[in-house]
Design a protein around this ligand. Structure first.
Ligand code: GBH
Length: 458
């Protein structure tokens, strides 16, 4: 038996990318260096020594990529602007040649009837700002607000949806605590400070956007929220859930929607920092009203406790927390496939926090795709997407104000520390030729969009 689930008529379907992961052209039109250029060019940081120097050559080929989006029937496209293209050194006047590129991209999208959904920061901090302390430096928040104002002044007349930051958890804790991402520091106290300055940047950036954008423009932030569940039935495992939920979710949701940091997280991390980087008035800036909350979800998180482990971790003061492998199918990243996590995250945010509409700004999976003569048979990706969309549908039915869904990703791309070894696209990129080949999931997603629904088997 097959059942057809229809989505609301105004549900927004899209696909997402990020600048460093697809653009290439690292010196075109006066672009400056970002922390990801430095990191990727440091031996040992990225698998296979891969860098974003060429990536999917989207900077050069954006017109044919927009034509591809139109063939896919995409109503919306979520992309990020590269800060060092707009301000090569992270401050001062705009580099008009860099802004011109995004202006052309936006015009090309609009000409094809595709709504541009713009993210200002997807991890590519100008290197000069990192040299001045990066996100550990409070001044970086002010620099971000200045940058936001420049982009809004140029594109605000045409871009209706704006996101300040993509996944500040990753920027802070993978960048400054575990060192898996740029700039590669391994200092948990610095990472907590960076998290605060990222939130402050969001707040100051939101204020800058509000004053530069037409009142119809929507402003949001995107968080990677974890569905944290106990990996054992013990009080210790329950407490591990509280701590990881605190650092992964509440550390961001509480300041944004309640104007305060979670007391338990401050207490758990007190041996690392006195939190004196939080100044009077900061939480008012951080908690100003938003129009939308973006959620990125990939996989659930199971936790327990064990012998304390030494060495870098993205989870400050959690040396005794163990991440438990959930039995069952996984993606090529080794991430468990379980759409129940998305359900938990969406309902939790709806019930406990957000008085604002929600949007799934990223969801998708990497698999070991094989390029065949006539395409890519990626049935696993289709089933991953279908299962997660069924959860989205169910959440909407049960009253969650969930406005749209963006698949990660439109194209195979530079998967950060994994380089080009992991493919998340619904469209395959043959890197030697830069040829785009539709995977079966791309045909499937086009059908989802045109029929505004999914088929599920009972
Ligand atoms: C997203 O982040 C990014 O926005 C995107 O650029 C990227 O390409 C895409 O996902 C695929 O990776 O418990 O320490 O193991 C991914 C967010 C956050 C997902 C960390 C995995 C594991 C946390 N990731 N999470 S840990």
């Amino acid at each position: 038996m097959s059942e057809r689930l229809k989505f609301p008529a105004d549900f927004l379907w899209g696909a997402a990318t990020a600048a460093y992961q697809i653009e290439g052209s690292p010196t075109a039109d006066g672009r400056g260096r970002s922390i990801w250029d430095t990191f990727a060019h440091t031996p040992g940081r990225v698998r296979g020594g891969d860098t974003g120097d060429v990536a999917a050559e989207h900077y050069k080929e954006f017109r044919s990529d927009v034509a591809l989006m139109a063939e896919l029937g995409l109503p919306a496209y979520r992309f990020s602007v590269s800060w060092p293209r707009v301000q090569p050194g992270g401050s001062g006047p705009a580099n008009q040649a860099g802004l011109d590129h995004y202006s052309r991209l936006v015009d090309e999208l609009l000409a094809h009837g595709i709504t541009p959904v713009l993210t200002l920061y997807h991890w590519d901090l100008p290197q000069e700002l990192e040299d001045a302390g990066g996100w550990g430096n409070r001044d970086t928040a002010a620099r971000f607000a200045e940058y936001a104002g420049l982009v809004a002044a140029r594109l605000g007349d045409r871009v209706p949806m704006w996101t300040t930051l993509n996944e500040p958890w990753c920027a802070a804790f993978l960048g400054y605590a575990s060192g898996e991402h740029a700039p590669g520091h391994t200092d948990p106290a610095l990472a907590l400070r960076a998290a605060h300055h990222l939130l402050l940047a969001h707040g100051q950036g939101t204020a800058a956007l509000r004053s530069a954008l037409p009142s119809s423009a929507e402003v949001s932030i995107t968080l990677n929220l974890c569905a944290v569940m106990p990996g054992a039935t013990s009080p210790e495992a329950t407490d591990a859930v509280r701590r990881i939920d605190g650092l992964g979710n509440r550390l961001f949701l509480d300041p944004l929607f309640r104007g305060q940091y979670p007391v338990d997280v401050r207490r758990d991390t007190a041996r690392l920092t006195d939190w004196s980087f939080v100044r009077d008035g900061d939480l008012d800036v951080i908690s100003q009203p938003l129009d939308m909350l973006g959620i990125n979800y990939y996989s659930p998180t199971l936790v327990d406790v064990g012998e304390p482990q030494a060495g870098p971790s993205p989870w400050p003061a959690c040396e005794d927390v163990r991440f438990v492998h959930q039995p069952g199918p996984t993606t090529a990243m080794g991430w468990a496939i379980d759409a129940k996590g998305l359900r938990a995250v969406v309902h939790r945010v709806h019930e406990e926090y957000a008085p604002v509409p929600l949007m799934i700004t990223e969801n998708g999976a990497a698999f070991d795709d094989q390029l065949a003569a006539d395409g890519v048979r990626d049935a696993e990706r289709i089933s991953y997407l279908r299962d997660h969309l069924a959860v989205v549908h169910e959440a909407i039915e049960s009253g969650v104000d969930l406005r749209g869904y963006f698949v990660w990703s439109l194209l195979d791309n530079f998967e950060w520390a994994y380089g080009y070894s992991k493919r998340f696209g619904i469209v395959h990129v043959d890197y030697p030729t830069q040829r785009r080949v539709w995977k079966d999931s791309a045909y499937w997603y086009r059908e989802v969009i045109t029929t505004n629904g999914i088929d599920v088997h009972e």
